[in-house]
Design a protein around this ligand. Structure first.
Ligand SMILES: C[S@@+](CC[C@H](N)C(=O)[O-])C[C@H]1O[C@@H](n2cnc3c(N)ncnc32)[C@H](O)[C@@H]1O
Length: 332
């Protein structure tokens, strides 16, 4: 696929996603629709492969701006694309509902999760995702969600903030930053904006490049907490695997180690067979694993892709395939 620029969001590892996912007609779920870049590429690939008429793409996003952009981008494909506002953690329920409305079996041929936020969300100052743009401390992907970054920064106790920055940001200076935030609150009432928060962090980080890392880590920690990102990811992985048809595949692109660790562990757990207690010497396991790993190691973007899309630099792609429970010889 040609690498073209998209002002809303450039899809990452798109060529690889198409090669791994689009292999037969069926239901495809893009759980992180964003600007619809990957979805459009998948729909075009389904057309090219002659699978379009037997397929349905379900695109999910919790962000209204993303849904508007994707609706415009996927114009012309409405007969085979259903876009849903929702959380990918509810993938099982969404697939069941949409497939029943369409009179289809809720068995999915391919699922894509391209985690995190889009370039558009980061670049829109009002959304409060970026320490480089002054805006409200919001960070909600779903603007109807109850908790904002401001609620966390301005109400969590020092101990809770330090734990949050340490666990979700892996930030070594978590305690001193938490202390500085609470001191700022006591003096000024509230931390009012992304800029105020960034200034507090700058005043408590080491100099040079390390300031940028600390800013990124603290903002990442807040974003994860606001959107419960790691909990919803776990739910989406388990329920997504349950939705897959035999030989259906799930592809997940992660952008930081906390996400990647979860994907790696859940995929490994679902691939493992249960051999019962040690020493029993069974010839067959009590239960076979339900998936096979397609990418033994996570796949990274090529230098060519990174040169045109810097966001691809930290991307890691892992793919699994659902094993055929009928014991087809190709599966084991
Ligand atoms: C990296 S962008 C995806 C970009 C997309 N692949 C494209 O080609 O434009 C991630 C998108 O997923 C959405 N998102 C993140 N977590 C979500 C969740 N739990 N449920 C639904 N949407 C989510 C974000 O709102 C954002 O639009």
């Amino acid at each position: 696929m040609a690498l073209t620029r998209d002002t809303f969001h450039d899809p990452v590892l798109a060529t690889e996603i198409l090669a791994f996912l689009v292999r037969k007609p069926g239901i495809y779920v893009d759980g992180t629709l964003g600007g619809g870049g990957h979805s459009l590429a998948m729909l075009r690939a389904l057309v090219d492969a002659g699978f379009f008429d037997g397929s349905l793409l379900i695109g999910i996003d919790q962000d209204d701006a993303a849904l508007r952009e994707a609706t415009a981008k996927l114009k012309g494909y409405e007969t085979r694309a259903v876009l849903v506002k929702g959380n990918f953690a509810d993938i099982g329920r969404i697939v069941a509902r949409v497939s029943s409305e369409k009179g289809l079996e809720p068995k999915v041929a391919g699922i894509l999760l391209d985690l995190g936020v889009s370039s558009f969300q980061i670049d829109t100052a009002d959304r409060g995702f970026s320490y480089m743009r002054e805006g409200p401390l919001d960070m909600r992907m779903d603007s109807c969600a109850a908790v904002t970054a401001s609620d966390i920064v301005n109400t969590y106790e020092e101990r809770e903030l330090a734990k949050l920055f340490y666990i979700y940001g892996e930030e070594p200076r978590s305690r001193s930053i938490a202390r500085a935030i609470v001191a700022y609150r006591q003096k000024n009432g509230l931390v009012g904006s992304t800029k105020e928060l960034a200034d507090i962090i700058r005043g408590n980080a080491h100099g040079g490049e390390r300031v940028i890392k600390t800013l990124s880590r603290v903002f990442q920690a807040l974003r994860i907490e606001v959107n419960a990102e790691l909990d919803v990811l776990r739910r989406a992985l388990y329920d997504g695997i349950d939705c897959l048809d035999e030989h259906g595949r799930m592809a997940v692109i992660t952008y930081h180690s906390l996400e990647d660790r979860i994907v790696k562990r859940v995929f490994a757990e679902k691939a493992r067979s249960d051999w019962g207690p040690k020493g029993v010497g069974l010839r067959e396991p009590l239960a076979w694993g339900s998936v096979l790993s397609v990418t033994r190691k996570p796949l990274m973007a090529t230098p060519q892709e990174i040169a045109v899309n810097s966001r691809a630099r930290s991307a890691k792609l892992r793919v699994i395939e659902k094993i055929c429970q009928g014991g087809c010889s190709g599966c084991r």
